[in-house]
Design a protein around this ligand. Structure first.
Ligand code: CA
Length: 293
């Protein structure tokens, strides 16, 4: 790293620190006695008001008076700052009396005076803020920066994250209220249910394909009827069309309470898992939820 880079980096660091801590601003504010600060702050406020009026007049087509008012605004700001010992005196500026006497050079001068006014006011913010005002400004800046950082983190998160989804299809369902998607909706109270006393299967697509350690199955209950759940089932996990794991399992009895079974899978790049309902308790089989870990 060159010394130029180091200096530049140092300057950036200083500016960032000042942005958050406002130490320079506070130190400068402390140097100005309270009564001087109040008087100067009032003069600067009046000066800002005149500048606004000058800009409005310029736009409305009264350039001569606009220029005079802006010169007046500038003189007011500079006079107050000179009195407070914060700025050097400047020589007076002349302005034409009639709009017809305003030239291109005067237009350029108007713009230059606006810039000079901004510089004077922005360079002496300490006069508009007491210690409490600076503390408030510091809090506002920290809060704004924290909010911006949080927004950036979320933006990056949503950009880079891959949505992980399970998509379910089934051989059949009792009716529209018991569709396959009920088994992957994250709601224990909704079931996928097969037609009465019929074997069948439900299949989940694992999007994107990933390593699956285990499958978790919540049995159906068909609340509030409590008349259906799976008894014996068979699991097949697939990767690119190949079966990578098979397992048999069972739920011993019907239970109106939510009942989970875990099936160890331990396979990589699983893209599909099929669960076959072989037998059932009471009127038919189904599942409340299917999860993969
Ligand atoms: Ca469900």
């Amino acid at each position: 790293m060159s010394s130029v880079d180091a200096t530049r980096r140092g300057r950036l660091g200083d500016r960032a620190r000042e942005w958050f801590l406002l130490r320079d601003l506070e130190a400068r504010a402390e140097k100005v006695p309270a009564e001087v600060r109040d008087k100067t702050a009032r003069a600067l406020a009046l000066s800002a008001q005149r500048r606004g009026a000058a800009e409005a007049l310029w736009i409305a087509g009264f350039p001569a008076d606009a220029l005079r008012l802006l010169i007046d605004a500038l003189a007011l700001a500079r006079g107050a700052l000179t009195e407070a010992g914060l700025e050097a005196k400047a020589s007076p500026i002349d302005a034409p009396a009639l709009d017809s006497e305003v030239t291109k050079e005067h237009a350029a001068e108007f713009r230059a005076l606006l810039a000079e006014h901004s510089r004077l006011v922005a360079g002496h913010q300490e006069l508009a803020l007491d210690k409490r005002g600076i503390a408030q400004k510091r809090v506002m800046r920290a809060a704004a920066t924290a909010a911006a950082a949080l927004a950036a983190v979320f933006a990056v998160y949503y950009l880079v994250r891959t949505p992980r989804v399970l998509k379910a299809t089934a051989s059949a369902m009792w009716d529209q209220r018991y569709q396959a998607s009920n088994a992957v909706d994250g709601n224990d109270a909704t079931d996928w249910v097969l037609p009465d006393r019929t074997p069948g299967w439900i299949e989940v697509q694992v999007i994107p394909p990933r390593k699956v350690a285990r499958l978790k199955l919540l049995n159906a209950r068909n609340t509030p009827y409590n008349d259906r759940s799976t008894h014996e089932f068979k699991v097949e996990a697939f990767s690119k069309g190949q079966v990578v794991k098979t397992a048999d399992g069972r739920f011993e009895a019907f239970s109106a309470e939510p009942t989970w079974r875990t099936v160890e899978i331990g396979a990589a790049s699983v893209d599909r898992i099929r669960i076959e309902v072989k037998t059932w308790h009471l009127s038919g089989g189904g599942f409340g939820e299917i999860e993969v870990d």
